[in-house]
Write a protein that binds this ligand. Structure first.
Ligand code: HEM
Length: 127
């Protein structure tokens, strides 16, 4: 049986590269950029910490920030289904760019789909 965690399989260097590429896309995405800070350095730092523990690595995020309470921490931002899909599209692109092994990629992405859907807190507004 394979006991290694997704974190061990992706490795710190690739995870960090993935997060940096991901926020490059987020910063350029017309539906996402408006709700994110202009400077994504600190956002990326926290996401590296979070994904490390989310994927079974050391609890870097909780050690510094306490319980993630991710849905609560996202409530200040209007997260629509459209934005959740945009977030996932940015992640999918970044995963393509780091050339993740397809089985690991699918395993991580499917967990992120569930988390992204859980973050939705706003209805789309038709204009
Ligand atoms: C923070 C948007 C999904 C993890 C944030 C911030 C925004 C945001 C605007 C604040 C950035 C800042 O002030 O630095 C979104 C949108 C999502 C989404 C639109 C679409 C569904 C996710 C998912 C995860 C996640 C799926 C985890 C896998 C985080 C973390 C932070 C964060 C760890 C930092 C929280 C903190 O301040 O400590 N997100 N997010 N987000 N997001 Fe998301």
């Amino acid at each position: 049986e394979n006991m290694s965690t997704p974190y061990e399989r992706i490795g710190e260097a690739t995870l960090n590269k993935l997060v940096d590429l991901f926020y490059n896309h987020v910063g350029q995405h017309p539906d996402l950029a408006p709700i994110f800070p202009e400077d994504l350095t600190e956002t990326a730092r926290k996401q590296k910490q979070f994904l490390t523990q989310f994927l079974g690595g050391p609890t870097l995020y909780s050690n510094e920030h306490g319980h993630p309470m991710l849905r609560a921490r996202h409530l200040p931002f209007p997260i629509t289904e459209k934005r959740a899909l945009a977030w996932l599209a940015c992640m999918d692109q970044a995963m393509e760019e780091v050339e993740l092994d397809s089985k690991l990629r699918e395993e991580i992405f499917s967990r992120l789909v569930l988390t992204a859907k859980h973050m939705i807190n706003s209805e789309e507004i038709e204009t």
